[in-house]
Design a binder for this molecule. Sequence first.
Ligand code: NAD
Ligand code: UGA
Length: 473
Amino acid sequence: MVKICCIGAGYVGGPTMAVIALKCPEIEVVVVDISEPRISGWNSDRLPIYEPGLDDVVKQCRGRNLFFSTEVHRHVGEADIVFVSVNTPTKTCGLGAGKAADLTYWESAARMIADVSRSDKNKIVVEKSTVPVKTAEAIEKILTHNSRGVKYQILSNPEFLAEGTAVKDLFSPDRVLIGGRETPEGREAVSALRNVYAHWVPEDRIIATNLWSAELSKLAANAFLAQRISSVNAVSALCEATGADVTEVAHSVGRDARIGPRFLTASVGFGGSCFQKDILNLVYICECYGLPEVAGYWREVIRINDYQKSRFVNRVVSSMFNTVAAKKIAVLGFAFKKDTGDTRETPAIDVCRGLLRDKAVVSIYDPQVTEEQVHRDLAMKQFDWDHPRHLQPLISPSDLANRVAVVHDAYEAAREAHAVCILTEWDEFRNLDYQRMFDAMHKPAFVFDGRNVVDPAKLREIGFVVYAIGKPL
Ligand code: NAD
Ligand code: UGA
């Protein structure tokens, strides 16, 4: 029986391993983490992350061949295949601050693997986290210099799931990518991992490459995806200036089979833990390899994203007679996209901070984000990647207490508000009773739709002043 251990029970480690356990009943899968609350969450009825369909998968195999544990050393020591799925955030200080990946968690996981591995068991170590190109070489060095007779093979197997659709993405991935050394031992390791995925992924969707191609493909894929959003968001600004409609333009452009229709939805900006972090990482790598033009090209993708978020805030303030001071603004949606409770790098943080800096009072509703989380996010020191020495000004504790409320439904948020800002495309926001909201708001009542979920014409009929991304005013 093969034993798999995954270090890191987060948004990737948890769902990925649950699906492997479900599809490979003869493999024992243990997910370990240093965070006690995370592990007890995975062992409870309320999983630590919200993902449609995940409860079902976990229920089917937890206790059978899927286990969650804080006994990191024991399970890593016993495993044949160790996935490393720890967080790899952007460095906030020192060399490369604001751009380079912080590999502290990665390196400590690698050193721990070397410490606890026994010489009677060779190991395949799989990079699941998104890492800079050539990280496998660094990990190989750490492991072989501390090997005490254990033979290691390092594979790169980046994850392409998106939050909110993780289970669906894992059940039928567009591709599974496995990078390995081009030696007999390397090929053997690739084939061992291929056999795991082959339980449910068609052979032609499992791609084998060299290590560096696999590592770079992950960064490139995220950069391409984010670039599409910045492209359509750049066009949305032009639409507003000219009277074109971004939905119509995106539809017409996307009908070209070479471009394709997906991932062309204009928005208040992309969020999520990875797009910005991975592009910054790519920018840093390009700079390190003496390719400033390539670095500059990708950096613009983030600049346009920042521009889109501040453009939205400016639009709110300027439309409301250039001041939002003491005005109540209902914020609908705080998660970085629908169907997740994740708020990492959500555009809602930047928009709320922008409104608070202009002295607004914000009332926030999101079906999956707790009050504690909103407060944590807004109070957090924010790193300015473009000027790494500066931190964005903090929202003071008294401002947080007096000017931020987190409420339990959209109507409560909108009661006596001057404006509604839609920042996440939750389905329920499409079907709200906007007449009821209008009746309870100050007039003129504004709607700023950052996700194009409402029909501006219908809302204008009710009496709202409507601004929607990339739509004629
Ligand atoms: P996460 O923060 O949700 O989870 C990481 C977990 O690793 C945490 O629970 C942390 O406690 C644990 N950890 C850190 N160091 C550890 C150690 N030494 N031993 C044991 N546990 C340790 O992160 P995530 O969103 O799951 O992302 C993980 C990686 O996957 C990142 O590199 C990310 O870029 C990549 N990725 C994420 C997504 C996504 O949708 N979130 C998708 C694809 C790839
Ligand atoms: C993204 C990628 O889609 C995954 O393939 C990748 O594995 C993952 O990053 C990662 O490496 O972490 P995720 O961030 O979970 O997944 O979600 P996306 O669906 O990509 O959305 C990211 C952001 O872009 C969200 O804020 C979303 O609202 C926004 N977006 C997306 C748009 O504004 N327009 C679109 O057309 C699509």
